[in-house]
Write a protein that binds this ligand. Sequence first.
Ligand code: NOJ
Length: 544
Amino acid sequence: MARAVLDKTKRGWWKSAVFYELYPRSFQDTTGTGIGDLKGVISRLDYLETLGIDAIWLCPICASPQVDNGYDISDFCAIDPLFGTMQDMETLIAEAKKRGIGILVDLTLNHSSNQHRWFREALKSRDNPFHDYYVWRDGGPDTPPNDMRAGFGGSAWEYVPELGQWYFHQFAPEQPDLNWDNPTLRQELYRVLRFWVDKGVAGFRLDVIDQIAKDPDRKITINGPRLHEFFREMSREALLEEGLVTVGEAWGADTQRAKLYSTPDGSELSMVFQFEHIGLDQQPGKDKWDMAPLSLPRLKDCLRRWQQELHNCGWNSLFFNNHDLPRIVSRWGNDRQYRAKSAKMLATMLYGLQGTPYIYQGEELGMTNIRLELEQYQDLETLNLFRERTAQGYAPEAVMESIWARGRDNARTPMQWTAGENAGFTTGTPWLPVNENYLQINAEAELADPDSVFHYYQRLISLRKTYPVFRDGYFTLLCPEDERIFAYTRDTEQEHLLVVCNFSDEQAAFDLPEEYRDAQVLISNDSQPETRTLRPWEAWMLYR
Ligand code: NOJ
């Protein structure tokens, strides 16, 4: 299928684009280590070109002790030998470019590894010039400065006896927070960004970027008072080229803030990952491990708000999956009887919206969550959770239920390429087990089947590039209270799109608007779309 290549030197190219999140560790191994590598990514670029994506968000490949799978970086300008060399990275950037694909580097500007040279220097003395690159508070060994908790459990403070000081870490103790109040540190980070721009990347995915302006004395982590100032400075000093794209991970974003972060004048970021819709199936006031059934009316209302409030004054990113989240087909779809059908339905719902879609590797195959024994999990968050919750008296079975539903490794299993050994991912022992369903679910089989999830994604991507209404249309929600049907329209003066999806195992009635009676079916996951009584998980898009 011929594909229009977007001009990535022009601001806003990403508004017509589809991005692909690639988790290198689990993508393609070429050396038999059981861990994916950059040469593996290069070997699969033709596959990605066939899918039709425009850019890759490449999860961290910088030098790292891998305590948090690369989100603990010890050198922002070096490649971890686990993944290859800088030359491999340069080849990847060049080969991707040849296929019209840009590369986004994933950087953790909020924290570094405790093995970073800066932190090792910082530990030497309070007067060391690098000491102030991190966040320190004085105090005795028994009492941390306050009761703040870290993202992966335990206190957010770690004591260093030699200094008589505590350092602040929002994630693991091996991920000390960087001190953005220090202007020299900020300049160092901008140099890192320039280093990668000079290598020819298309942009950046910025890890937990709304947490950089922290103020632990006031217990502020997200959306700190200087956040916009830092974004503007970073953009002014490091992101000068018009077409550079930045997507900031922002768990704390609401629509008001997201409008500023993604302001169309380009002075802050291009877009943010917000997570409001992702958190709707957890118990209010609790964390993600305490689940609740999803209410479809709440999901619809949430997405409606994001669609309408950012229209013409901000930009959404569209996703249900990533390497931190369970696979959506196992969560809000039905990954047994209706796996392919519900995977396509979820994609239809998402790809009709305004924003930039992100496919998480394997989503385009309809890959599902894995369910492992505790000992098989590698993720520090999962292992800490089990330890903490069982110590607090939770039944181990109940904690395992939470882990099977929400654990991050569930979606990090190796990419399923073929029905061959280890799904074609590695000739060695995979770092995390391959999902046993690879015999049925794999790229080779998907490519051979014209009706596959893969080909459905390919068609959705191509539709988004054909009809401007996907980029520009205004969103209107239909039947907001319906518990099964998610339906909406997107309209410009010239074009009209109606998207209707059945989010259930049951049939569901829909009152087709008069004006769509003779409209064209752009796509459907059913060979005979039923526009008044949708079959389980049926979905379609009508166009006029
Ligand atoms: C968000 C990343 O997506 C996640 O994988 C990581 O553990 C944390 N940030 C800390 O860097």
